[in-house]
Design a protein around this ligand. Structure first.
Ligand SMILES: [Mn+2]
Length: 347
């Protein structure tokens, strides 16, 4: 970092955000997980990490509030060839299952394919889990870049093991509380269902921006005995239209969370104008500033962000514009900066 000029344009062979950081001198390690086997609607999130890497080089490193987060070193791991392979094979198999709406009754061939997809997803979870565990053991801050939202599981699991009373701040248009959506155990639409059911130490999930969900998911929240607290987009909008301030609402949301928080961010929690090519866009949603304010309130409360993921960023299919990745890269930089700040690291 010694001869690095943060005010200059990124050099061609520079790393994420145009930085010269290497693994050893980086506090923040990002893992790309280009996996989207169970994507049921629009695809393309497997190209998310590469697009975010490209867009990150346009992000100015000095931040009005956060100062110089880059000084702590940010390193993006290379894509794991095994994950790319799983994505390739499982995506093709999953397509047929999705076409049949996940109905494998009286169709043993289809059931076999479904099982293979589930197996691939489980193996990807294991790869992410092992990577996260190794990074946490080395006292790195670990973040995942999806891929679809299913890729977060291994990371959440590793963080929950390291921090026994963990809460998740989950920003999303969807609850992701479907049990095995379309038959896929590890569906992007089941990530929070799997987290809450399989990680018993997980204390709380606070969901914000939710505006697309099934009645079954709604009931699941109601019956979660307060383990899942959901701030529906519509309810938040009505409260704001009635004059309540956003910061006041943020403070109320954050109050539900324990001291240590994992931030799980599905980009479609934002207004779809900020992520037009994401797999399942839904009108409404959060503005960039609202999200940053929410994370600010979280950190100002003295809570610690101990890990994060950013998923479902999908670039334009023909590469005609880089808007989705541009927003994603800037959001990611904020997430990195606030995570560092919450751990007392500011430069
Ligand atoms: Mn999601």
């Amino acid at each position: 970092m010694q001869n690095f000029d943060p005010n200059a344009a990124a050099l061609p062979n520079s790393g994420v955000y145009g930085l010269p950081s290497q693994f050893e001198d980086s506090r923040v390690i990002l893992m790309p997980v280009p996996y989207e086997a169970t994507t049921s609607y629009g695809g393309g999130t497997a190209n998310g990490p590469a697009a975010i890497l490209a867009a990150s080089k346009q992000v100015d490193l000095y931040d009005y509030v956060l100062g110089r987060p880059y000084k702590f070193g940010i390193y993006l791991l290379p894509e794991d060839e095994r994950i790319c392979q799983h994505n390739h094979t499982a995506k093709a198999l999953a397509q047929e299952v999705i076409e049949q709406g996940g109905n494998t009754t009286d169709n043993s061939g289809l059931l076999l394919k479904l099982n293979q997809v589930n197996e691939s997803s489980a193996l990807v979870n294991e790869i992410v889990y092992n990577q996260a565990k190794t990074m946490l053991a080395q006292h790195k801050i670990f973040g995942v870049i999806g891929g679809d939202h299913s890729v977060s599981f291994g990371s959440i699991m590793a963080h929950a093991e390291a921090y026994p009373c963990l809460g998740i701040l989950h920003l999303d248009a969807h609850c992701d509380l479907r049990p095995a959506y379309e038959g896929f155990t590890w569906s992007h639409a089941s990530i929070m269902y799997n987290a809450i059911n399989r990680i018993s130490s997980l204390e709380k999930i606070v969901q914000v921006g939710i505006r697309d969900f099934s009645e079954q998911e709604f009931t699941f929240i109601t019956e979660s005995q307060g383990r899942i607290v959901t701030y529906f987009d519509e309810a938040l909008a009505i409260r704001r239209f009635n004059g309540q301030g956003w910061i006041q609402l943020c403070k109320e949301m954050i109050e539900h969370l324990p001291q240590q928080v994992y931030l799980s961010f599905d980009i479609d929690g934002l207004d779809p104008r900020l992520c037009p090519h994401t797999g399942t866009p839904v009108p409404g949603g959060l503005s960039f500033r609202e999200v940053v304010a929410l994370i600010t309130v979280l950190v100002e409360s003295g809570r610690q962000i101990i890990g994060f993921d950013l998923t479902e960023v999908a670039p334009h299919p023909n590469g005609e514009d880089e808007w989705d990745a541009n927003v994603g890269a800037r959001l990611l930089y904020k997430m990195i900066g606030y995570t560092l700040l919450s751990q007392g690291a500011k430069a």
